[in-house]
Design a protein around this ligand. Structure first.
Ligand SMILES: Cc1cc2nc3c(=O)[nH]c(=O)nc-3n(C[C@H](O)[C@H](O)[C@H](O)COP(=O)(O)OP(=O)(O)OC[C@H]3O[C@@H](n4cnc5c(N)ncnc54)[C@H](O)[C@@H]3O)c2cc1C
Ligand SMILES: NC(=O)c1ccc[n+]([C@@H]2O[C@H](COP(=O)([O-])OP(=O)(O)OC[C@H]3O[C@@H](n4cnc5c(N)ncnc54)[C@H](OP(=O)(O)O)[C@@H]3O)[C@@H](O)[C@H]2O)c1
Length: 318
């Protein structure tokens, strides 16, 4: 893990303004080339929104300039800065500062290849918007920080977290990348790196999101790769039809291709939602293996466990 300060150099929406779920493409620029590999993540030092801090100070009638001790760093600082930069505001909803939990950094997968962008990192960030118990429409701390709190040219504190279990294989080996939603992020980095390497191995990406019109992130990049024969692309836009389709449905439709890739030594990568998607994809892989080989669930689960143990099924899920 290495610590850095960098500048927010670009921020644009990948989704149209009327999209229910909004997603940003961000570029962070470093003064010098920075070392990272496809698959790595960063943890960003986020801050609470000014409006939330002010709301808390007003609610509990506290002076923003009073000095408080940050027990973790042992530094004394004005209450306003302490609340903005260091405290999880959810932990002090009753106003008791002694219960303050630290504001944790937020993790994001790096969505660019260092070989192509030596001084930069790209991020694919979906804004986490929700309605609280009082019916207020709110945004997650990290989402708000990256969308509104920091401006272009502002500095960002971050740590790079190497992800040794989520690395590209030898360039001649085929890849199966399953990454719906923000799970696409590391695969943009993977594909950029494979092109840079002039890799001979085939690449198959299974991407899913809500709708083609609003959520086909990096459409031009991906469809160009498909046109030039550098990428097999399977898309699952869950809300475009009468029935939901997910990436695992595309796996089912392409089961012959799946086993053909695996026979050629492919590595399967899964990135994105841990709770539903990764479980659904794992179950589908087991089911397809069971059907192909006429074996039961136990044997199919053993096969998946073996794939994982051999480093041929790699997960980066959250
Ligand atoms: C390894 C890893 C890689 C990741 N990569 C990416 C990526 O590439 N792109 C990406 O977009 N995300 C990624 N994430 C997810 C990301 O780290 C954040 O979890 C995500 O951006 C949401 O964080 P947030 O701070 O905006 O929301 P938070 O503030 O953490 O809120 C999360 C949830 O908590 C609840 N909540 C928060 N505050 C309140 C409140 N005041 N009242 C009621 N409920 C509340 C809500 O349900 C909300 O949806 C990754 C996570 C991990 C672990
Ligand atoms: N959404 C946010 O605001 C947000 C922001 C940051 C992080 N997160 C968290 O990060 C993770 C990824 O979120 P994300 O926004 O990248 O995408 P996501 O919520 O995982 O959605 C991406 C696509 O996956 C589909 N999907 C839903 N259930 C699925 C399943 N069981 N199997 C396969 N695909 C399924 C979705 O379809 P449908 O939605 O149409 O069912 C959508 O088409 C989740 O844990 C999420 O909670 C969410």
């Amino acid at each position: 893990m290495s610590k850095h300060t960098a500048e927010l150099s670009h921020r644009s929406f990948l989704t149209p303004s009327d999209a229910e779920k909004k997603t940003l493409h961000l570029e962070i620029t470093f003064d010098e080339p920075v070392a990272y590999l496809p698959g790595d993540s960063i943890a960003i030092d986020v801050e609470n929104s000014e409006a939330h801090v002010e709301k808390w100070l007003k609610k509990f009638d506290r002076n923003p300039h009073e000095t408080v001790l940050n027990k973790r760093s042992k530094e004394e600082l004005p209450l306003f800065s302490y609340l903005k930069k260091h405290v999880n505001l959810q932990s002090i909803q009753e106003g008791d500062l002694s219960r303050a939990r630290p504001l944790m950094p937020r993790f994001y997968s790096i969505a660019s290849s260092n070989s192509v962008y030596p001084n930069q990192m790209h991020l694919l960030v979906t804004l986490d918007e929700f309605v609280n118990d009082e019916g207020e429409k709110l945004m997650g701390v990290g989402s708000h920080y990256l969308y509104k709190e920091i401006g272009l040219g502002d500095k960002i504190g971050l740590k790079i977290y190497p992800n040794e279990h989520f690395r590209l294989p030898d360039p001649h080996l085929p890849l199966i990348m399953i990454g719906p939603g923000t799970g696409l992020a590391p695969f943009k980095a993977f594909l950029e790196e494979r092109i840079y390497q002039n890799a001979s191995g085939k690449s198959w990406l299974l991407f899913g999101e809500r709708s083609r019109k609003s959520h086909f992130y990096y459409e031009e990049f991906l469809t160009n790769l498909e046109k030039t024969g550098q990428l097999d692309l399977s898309l699952a836009f869950s809300r475009d039809g009468d029935q939901k389709v997910y990436v695992q449905d595309r796996l089912k439709e392409n089961k012959q291709k799946l086993f053909h890739y695996l026979e050629e030594g492919a590595i399967i990568y899964i990135c994105g939602d841990a709770k539903m998607m990764a479980r659904g994809v794992n179950e589908t892989l087991e089911k397809l293996y069971g059907e192909k080989n006429g074996v039961g669930a136990d044997e199919a689960q053993d096969w998946l466990r073996r794939l994982k143990a051999e480093g041929r099924l790699k997960l980066d899920v959250y």
